[in-house]
Design a protein around this ligand. Sequence first.
Ligand code: PLP
Length: 430
Amino acid sequence: MNFPKDVALDAMSVQLLQLLEGYDPAAARLMAAEAERQATTLELIASENHVSMQVMHAAGSWLTNKYAEGYPGKRYYGGCEFHDGIEDLARERAKQLFGCRFANVQPHSGANANTATFMAMCEPGDTILSLPIKSGGHLSHGLKVNFSGTFYKIAEYDLDATTELLDYDAIATVARACKPKMIICGYSAYSRVIDFARFRAIADEVGAFLMADIAHIAGLVAAGVHPSPFPHAHVVTTTTHKTLRGPRGGLILTNDEEIAKKIDRKVFPGTQGGPLMHIIGAKAIAFGEALKPEFTVYCQQVVKNASALAAGLVKRGYRLCSGGTDNHLMLVDLRARDANLTGANAEKWLETAGIIVNKNGIPNDPRPPVATSGLRLGTPALTTRGLKEADMELVANWIDRVLGSSGDAATVTAVRAEVRAFCLKFPLFH
Ligand SMILES: *Cc1c(COP(=O)(O)O)cnc(C)c1O
């Protein structure tokens, strides 16, 4: 395997690539290239992270071989003895992590967790109140082309146009007018603290359920770095692969026994068949990691790094939507730095320089989603690699050199070399 000598790989990954080398060279080449890409680039996509080697290899284990439709003790297939144990371990740890009474660890993804939750809480045609995707919401919260927007009547609340913050009085006004069956809070691109108690008060006033989708902030919530949606939300959904730093997957939580029963029925058989037991095994291990004190320190550092990166960008002339960040992410308005700069160009130039980001619409963005005026940046992955506040100044500087040069080839090439050398000092696993 001609894997670059300067890139450190863990022993099991080396074995895997060697195993594949003669067996399936096409797949081996692509997997080795991706391992090298991750090791030599700066990952600033706010929804991504690097799992531990234990979680990563558990996700590729014997557990993938089993059908385990149903739930522990109530399976539709024989041979589930140890799968019951694995799923119970994941459920118990999830409950402990979030301080709640019921957990369903089977959703294949965050969107699947939301699908099952919609089906458990609402009838088709019911009104659901949510923040639209263009303002930082998620497509599974009611986008027209999505399941959610197809089968439910979606009412929208929006951010305050000036402050770009949630305006709870305005949300209450919309809720009184549309009388929703369920209100959704929790977002994909909101950099501020969510007041779950305030949302619950609005829900109670209009007789709605409150659903909190903490896909982005789940790790911060588990670590106590962001307020918990419990006891306020009737139901909480999340992914397990963002700040929570587990395998790619979903999770649904509640304190209400009746809701828990409905959720279980709507996950299986309502929306899914057999659970991904290898992923549930990896979830159990990741939840175990998140219960350790080190994870709290990690999440605190994620937030400190986001603040430092935000300060570094503001110093260089960028504007942050809502004026800053309280969590792991920030939404950068590029127009303040350069009126002609689009998110699409910024994403492309930065990728060439080894800095991985995603373009993102900003509130009331005049540009279409294929261009956008913004970037969404997050620090969960860089913090996992061990970067600290002082390193964020370097990252802000690299970003600004690339964008300030409008993607000038010589500048991008120079930054790429510096980024690669820097990344090699921070192996993916340590
Ligand atoms: C990422 C995200 C999801 C969906 O997660 P997938 O695993 O990609 O389906 C759902 N809700 C919010 C708010 C998200 O940010």
